[in-house]
Design a protein around this ligand. Structure first.
Ligand SMILES: [Fe+2]
Length: 251
């Protein structure tokens, strides 16, 4: 499996708190059949993020060295989870925040105050810069849980979605599980990822619960979401999805 959303860098954001935690996450990843991880620390575009890319790349090299030393056979690639706000678009680091220097940008939204007008404006801006938005964990946002038509709208715009495995497994909340399940069943989940932040609730030990996914997706769909599509992203190749709109009732 290839995990395109993971807070594995030590002491950089609210993910792994130190190198020991990073090593344990790497070991868990290996034991759970993860071969590649994209390091996606939160990017908030605050003054303290001025040297974000430089520091991220330094830490990635540190992690790679440590994984080598401790025989952890997991490759680590650069990325970021970009918190969308006005400032991000005036930022000269934006192009360097993409996954593995491709055109794919992993984005997150404010959990509380986001209108669909603002969201679509942000995504329009991303697309106009010839970047491809991957929206992280749409199922976790209350405004999507309350209005599925917003998800359909973004899907029609060409947004790709990354669903958290823990949401699909029902570890987060009933609402996020319901939306994640609908999106997976309707072909909207281009990617499944861990969004692991350490060794706690969102971790790298997904083998304990992914069997339950067979209720909502077949093996081919699963393989596409954890291997084929993520590898296309790493290669900078096009990811195509065939989806149906979701609705509260029925499928
Ligand atoms: Fe995240």
């Amino acid at each position: 499996m290839i995990d395109i959303h993971c807070h594995i860098l030590p002491g950089f954001d609210d993910g792994a708190r130190d190198m020991l935690t990073t090593l344990k996450m790497g070991k868990d990843a290996q034991e759970n059949n993860v071969t590649k991880i994209v390091a996606t620390p939160h990017y908030l575009c605050t003054p303290s993020d001025t040297n974000f890319v430089k520091e991220r790349d330094r830490l990635i090299n540190e992690v790679r060295k440590n994984f080598d030393e401790y025989s952890i056979n997991v490759e680590v690639f650069p990325g970021a989870e970009v918190h969308l706000n006005e400032d991000v678009f005036f930022d000269n680091q934006l192009e360097q925040l993409t996954i593995n220097s491709t055109r794919y940008l992993l984005c997150e939204l404010d959990f509380f105050s986001m209108s669909i007008k603002r969201i679509t404006r942000y995504f329009d801006e991303i697309v106009s810069r010839k970047l491809v938005p991957i929206l992280a964990h749409p199922e976790r946002y209350e405004f999507f849980q309350q209005d599925y038509s917003l998800v359909n709208y973004l899907a029609d715009m060409g947004t790709l979605f990354q669903i958290n495995m823990t949401s699909l497994a029902g570890i987060d909340s009933d609402e996020s599980k319901a939306l994640a399940t609908k999106m997976v069943r309707n072909g909207m989940a281009a990617f499944l990822a861990t969004d692991a932040h350490g060794l706690g609730a969102r971790n790298m030990r997904m083998l304990s619960y992914i069997q339950s996914f067979s209720n909502v997706m077949n093996d081919e769909m699963f393989y596409k979401a954890v291997e084929i599509n993520p590898q296309k992203v790493l290669n900078g190749e096009a990811v195509r999805t065939k989806f149906n709109h979701i609705s509260r009732h029925g499928f």
